[in-house]
Write a protein that binds this ligand. Sequence first.
Ligand code: BTN
Length: 252
Amino acid sequence: MPFDLAGLRSELPGRQIEWHSVIGSTMTEASRLAALGCASGTIVGAEEQTAGKGRLGRTWHSGPGAGLYVSIILRYPFQPSARPVVTLALGLATCEAIQKATGIVCDLRWPNDVLIQSRKCAGILTELDGPAILAGIGINVNHTSFPEELSATATSLRMLTGRLQSREKLLVELARSVDGFCRLLEREGREPILRMFSSASSYVSGRRVQVDAGDSVLRGTTAGLNHAGFLILRQDDGRESVILAGGVRPCS
Ligand code: BTN
């Protein structure tokens, strides 16, 4: 279904929105617009990405017309050290938007995987770009299938509900939720975000996981978030580690 850009603009008046039919990555264009001094909240979106970027150097499957592939340029007076909590806030915003637009309640896997029934339906990439933060958000909306390497772990809102979902409605909710959670972080600091993430995520406490940390794999049980928003892992050998990055996966 063609994207209703005029309808989107009327729901988000005053917001700069750039929409592309095909782009390499919306992150690259967002960085260009940020350097030109675009307003906070500016959205770059695309129907298709040919080089969609994921976390940890991965790619993001961005087939034509099916997903929401957007980067939102944020200008808030957050310190670079707040970036992990900004990422958590963006995960909460994405869950809230999905729930408002579709009624589906999502789980969050630290730091930023949005899951439904244990499968990934959205991911978030946060990049610092000078004084701006680029929030890259990909949501699997109307996909009916995925490439073989993703088919066991990915899902889409359509596959879950059996209905075509409105990407425009979802983006309106997403833009509002991102604003709301960033303002909350600006106004009240990290604690409310850490609290909300901990209660929205089944992964933050008491979950058996393995963490792929590049050259090693750590196994243990999650034991909450620290003040900076990093995940605490109680390892099977009794040691406690603070997970700064890496892929967290369930294990038995
Ligand atoms: C992840 O690995 O989970 C993060 C995926 C982020 C994908 C989005 S799609 C829009 C934006 N543009 C990109 O190239 N990546 C992000």
